[in-house]
Design a protein around this ligand. Sequence first.
Ligand code: DAV
Length: 357
Amino acid sequence: MSPDGPVRCYTEWDPLEEAVVGVIDGAAIPAYELATQATMPAAHRELFERHGGEPFPKHLVDAAAAELDGYVATLEAAGVAVRRPERVDHARPFSTPSWSSPGSLSAAFARDVMLVLDDEIIEAPMGFRYQYHSMDPFRPIVTDYWRRGARWTAAPRPLLTDASYHPGYAAAPGFDPDGSAVTELEPLFEAGDMVKCGRDLFVQPSHVTNRTGIEWLRRHLGDRFRVHEMVFDDRHPMHVNATFLPLRPGTVLANPVRVKEVPEPFASWDMLVAPEPAIPEDHPMFMSSRWVSMNVLSLDPDTVVVEAGETELAALLESARFTVVPVPFRHVNTFGGAFHCATSDVRRRGGLQDYFA
Ligand code: DAV
C-alpha cells in the first residue's frame, strides 16, 4: 500500500492523476451470442449476425478515434497522465477447445477489462466470448505498473462453455439477477458494473456480472472493503455507469428511467436526475442505449467531463456547483460508451475513507 506507487484508486471523484484511455482502432463488429442478445439494441441484431467479427466501417472508427485523441488532450491539459493500450486488429478469429469466435471487439472501453482498486489491478473475467482477449492490448501497461510496484491479479479465467449461459433469461419481464443471461457456474464480472466509494464497492449484477463474480470479489478483497449489490429497473443491464454514478461525497447522478429507488446507503445523498439524452434519436448507437449521455467522468470532486452536446446535463451539473468540461464524443457513443467507460482511472489522489460511517 505504498502511497507513492503507480496505482492507487479508491473513489470515482478524488483528483485524477493518471488514467488509461482506450483506443478504438481496429474495432470489430461484435458477434451475435447470447450476452449480445441480452444487452444490445435489438435493431442491430442483423448486423451482428451477418457481420460479427468483421471490421467496423473505417469512417466510423476514424471519427471516434479522433474524439478519443481530443479527450486525451483535454485530460493531459488538465494535468492527468494518460496511457493508451496497444492498437491491434480485433477482426481476427480465435478459439478455445470448446468454442470459437469470429473476432474480438475493441480496446475502447478501458473501464470494463480491469478493476483498479487500492494499489491493485484485477483483470475482469468477462462474460462475452468475443471479449476473451480484451485484456491483451492492456497487458504492456499493466505489466509496467506491476514492475513499478502495483499488485496485479487476474480473476479465474472463465471457460464460457454453453453451461455459462442461460437461454431462458428472456422470459423474465424485468431484470432478476437469477434470470441473467449468464449462469452462476463460474465467476464473471466487468468493472463497468462497479462504482468505488472508498471502503464501499457497489456492484450491479447484470447480464455480464453474476453473483458468483461478486462473491469472488468480496472474498478476494477481504476486510478492507465492503462489497454491496445494487439492482436497478433495467431490463438489459450491462454496466452501471449509465444508470447510477456517484460524482462526489453526497452527490450521485441517476438515470430517471432505471433508478426508481435509491440504494439504501445513498439515502441521504443528493440525487441529480439526468435529463433526457440530447443524442439524436437517429444517431447510430450499435451497442448501448442513448443513456450513455450520463456516462461522465469526474476529474476531481468539483469538475466533470460531459459530452459537448449534452447542454441540459451540463446546466444541471453547473447548478449543483460543478465545473463542466465539455468534450465532443458522439462518435464514441456510437460504439456503446462515453467517458467513464473509455477511462480506467489508475491513480487518484487521496486515501481510503469511509463515506457511509
Ligand atoms: O445502455 O445503459 C451502457 C453501457 C456502458 N458501457 C446502457 C449501457
